[in-house]
Structure formats: C-alpha cells, structure tokens
Write a protein that binds this ligand. Structure first.
Ligand code: ZN
Length: 470
C-alpha cells in the first residue's frame, strides 16, 4: 500500500518530551481555550464519530493525545480567513488554501487514528488509495508540537486525499529521502499546503501570540526551502544578527561594494539572556551562558518565546545539571544529520531514519567553538570547530552516513569566537568583541558602532512577504 506522509523539517526532534508552563497556555489562549464548549463538541462529533462519546458535555484539555487532536481541530475551526489576504510577490503564499481550513479538512478526513509506532521523522500519514482516515503519530501529539503545527500537518495530509503524493528529492536538503519532497510549490501539493498554512498564520494570524507568528514564519521558509525539487522563489535579504554584551540585539546589513555606502545597524530589542545562538534551520535557539537556565527558541523584537521544545537535543540539555551543561560547546543541526559538540568529543546522529548515535573523541585538544567557515549550511556534510591548541578540526557525516573528525587544513588569521557568512562575505567575531571580514587566511576590519561590545553573531534573513509594510 502506498503511504503519503509528512516528513518534518525537524527530522531529529520528534520525540522530545514536553515542557509545559504559563507561556504555552498564554500563546495558545486566543485559539485554544482550556475547554471546548458542548456545542462545539457536538459539531465536532457530527464530523468525527469517534468523538460521539464526548459530544454531550464540555471538553476540558488534559494534555492527552485525544485532547491534542481536539485542540488541533479547534485551531482549524477558529482560524478565520481574512478578506485582505493578498498573495505574496514570490512563492510563499498564493492564498489557494486560505479559506476555511476546517471545512477543507472535513471534506477529506472523517477519522483520525493514533499510531504509536511511526518511523523517525514522520508526523502523520494517509493511505494513497481510498479511505478517509488520517493516522497521527504519537510523536506529533505531545507538547513538542503546538495546535498550530498540527493544524498545518492535518491540512497537509488532507491534501493527499486530493491525489497529491510525494517524490524523492534528487538534490538539496532532503536529497535521497524517500517521499520527503514535492516537485514544485506551484503544483499545490501537500508541501505547498504546509508552506501556505504557516505563511498565512505568520503574515495574517493577527490573533496569534507574536512569538507563535515568528515561529510560523520561520517554519514556512524552512519548508519552502527544503521540500521542493524545483527551488521555491522566496524574496529575501541576508543580514547578520548581532547580540551585544548587554543583551541588545541588532541587525547588521552590509553595504554593497562601494566605499561610500555604509553598513546599516537596526535595533531588534533584547535577548532574554546572554548566550550562544544555535541555528536550527531558520529557527534560533538560545543556550544561556547561565547554565542553570534552559535552552529555548529565541525571537527578535521582544516578542517573548514559546514553550515548545526545539527538539530532542535541547530537551536533553535542559534536563541536565549545570555541570553537565557546561560540557556542551555547540550543536550543529544539518538537514539530515546533527552533531553535539562537547569539550572532549562529538556525538553524531548521521542517519536521518534512525535514532542511532556514535561518538568520536578529540584525543588531546578540547573544542572551543564551531566556526561556520562556509556559512551555516543545512546541506553540507562538513562543519568546523576551533580547539584549544588553535587547530581547526573538521567533522561531519559522510554521504555513506559515517561520522568523521580530523584536523583540517583550513586556517584563520586569529582566534574567533564565531564565524558566519552573510551573502558572500565571511564575518568573524573576535575575542575582543569586534567584527572582521575574513578572506582566506587574512582579514580586514569591519567597523560598526558596536565595536568591542559584541558577544554573539548569527545569520539572519528578512523576507519581503513578512517584513514589507503591506
Ligand atoms: Zn505528505
């Protein structure tokens, strides 16, 4: 039988345990109140007979799988379409799927069954031939996903019922992963629905918590970038996110070429804590310098955070003691592999379809920081780390899914605490808090108003659909 599933962008982060707390109920409050009225329950049961036994009274959420299914249905029911939703100038949002999500969904699915034994990376699936049952994987029903994510996932699955199967990408972030791509977004298949639903919530979800909208915006871009064989047009500009020692966040735009144009710095509010930023595709995760604090999604412009775990590794980190946490140096999240960089070793997860991990030790020097000598690249199989002896090591997972760690021939002209790429410019953060433009094994000053005050840098993109005024 043919399965049509959704393979998640966060392939390695499916089984993380939940973090609950005030922020979660706060962010979901506008769309999923704590209880569903009897009238709503009765209507839901008329569309999904599996809830008949719950139709006669109010239903209050208890965090169970049933509760999460119902919360997702409620999210779809309450997600209002606005008449003012203009399509984007690029491929992010056509509006094709913007009218009532719930009506669309019940036109195709009339039963939801929980599967506690799904393969790694799969959130939900339907069978390609006949039937109106959607199977939802247990891993997608914990608090690692919000009702917002599940609503997007459910819409994706419903689209399969219209006859849109997936293909295997021949290139890009999901190269070779069976059924993890569609040909092109304009065909309007299931991954187009994924992109459109997230993009709609990010741009037009005015009743949503701003941190959830920021999360949805990153999610839309990740799926647009990574799930299509034919590249998706997303109008964007690359910047550098700069965090100062006083936790202020800034966007740095590099002046193009000429000596007369100047670099531009724009304030983006404050970080909740001083810390290192780990990129998970478009998402930023903050690892606070204060090791008693948890790692969490970080957004700009003071919108707060969400309580969803950014994934397994982050949940693991958050459960550790401060002493254990201080062994972590960095974490690299590629599309199909990841690596936890500890002081003395690296732990690799090289197989996107398996939970297996393996470790390689530095045997002498200790890891100091990751250097993105080719930029933060989700596809690349090699990444770099600076060590205490000043040697740069390269590590990664080979095409045959074998981990490697060895001294690199790459050199830089001085110690950097971070290196990232903006466009074609490699930018290094020096140990004294300033920026330099790096070219091979030399560098030149990249002077800004924040010289000497910079603590951390990260890649950042802005998008014309989300960031332009209209
Ligand atoms: Zn699918």
């Amino acid at each position: 039988m043919k399965l049509s599933a959704i393979v998640l962008g966060l392939i390695f982060s499916l089984t993380a345990t939940a973090q609950t707390g005030a922020a979660q109920s706060e962010v979901q409050a506008p769309v999923t109140p704590n209880c569903i009225s009897q009238a709503e329950m009765s209507e839901i049961a008329s569309d999904f007979s599996q809830f008949n036994h719950l139709a006669n009274k109010e239903y209050c959420h208890d965090g169970s799988e049933t509760s999460n299914l119902l919360a997702s249905l409620m999210f779809m029911r309450k997600n209002q379409s606005s008449p003012d939703m203009k399509p984007s100038d690029d491929d992010l949002f056509s509006g094709k799927f913007a009218t009532s999500w719930y009506q669309y969904f019940i036109g195709r699915i009339n039963e939801m069954e929980v599967d506690s034994n799904c393969p790694k990376g799969v959130a939900a699936y339907v069978y390609g031939f006949g039937g109106n049952t959607m199977y939802v994987c247990s891993a997608a029903l914990n608090d690692n996903f919000s009702a917002l994510d599940r609503a997007s996932i459910f819409m994706h699955e419903a689209r399969h019922i219209d006859g849109f199967p997936h293909m295997t990408c021949s290139k890009g972030a999901r190269k070779g992963l069976q059924g993890a791509c569609d040909n092109r977004i304009s065909a309007g298949g299931s991954y187009a629905v994924t992109v459109e639903t997230y993009a709609q919530l990010a741009k037009f979800g005015v009743t949503l918590h701003p941190a959830l909208r920021a999360y949805a915006r990153s999610s839309a871009v990740i799926y647009a970038d990574e799930t299509f064989e034919t590249p998706t047009r997303v109008n964007r500009e690359q910047q550098l996110l700069v965090m100062t020692k006083t936790k202020d966040l800034h966007a740095l735009s590099l002046a193009a070429g000429s000596k007369t144009s100047r670099n531009k710095i724009e304030s983006l509010g404050q970080a909740p804590e001083l810390g290192r930023i780990v990129m998970r595709a478009q998402h930023m995760v903050l690892f606070p310098e204060d090791r008693t604090l948890p790692a969490a999604y970080m957004f700009t412009n003071n919108v707060g955070t969400i309580n969803q775990s950014p994934g397994d590794a982050f949940t693991e980190y958050n459960a550790q003691t401060p002493a254990q946490k201080s062994e972590w140096v960095d974490f690299h999240v590629a599309a199909q592999w990841n690596a936890k960089v500890y002081k003395t070793k690296i732990q690799f997860a090289c197989n996107p379809r398996s939970a297996d991990t393996s470790e390689l030790a530095f045997n002498g020097p200790q890891a100091v920081t990751m250097l993105h000598l080719n930029g933060y690249d989700r596809v690349a199989r090699t990444q770099y780390v600076m060590t205490t002896t000043g040697d740069i090591y390269e590590f990664g997972c080979s095409e045959s899914l074998k981990p490697f760690l060895k001294v690199s021939t790459q050199k830089v002209d001085q110690d950097y605490t971070r290196i990232h790429k903006i466009g074609s410019t490699l930018v290094g953060l020096t140990t004294d808090g300033s920026l330099r433009k790096i070219t091979g094994s030399t560098s030149t000053t990249l002077s800004t108003a924040l010289d000497g005050q910079i603590y951390e840098i990260a890649p950042r993109e802005i998008f014309s659909f989300f960031d332009s005024a209209n």
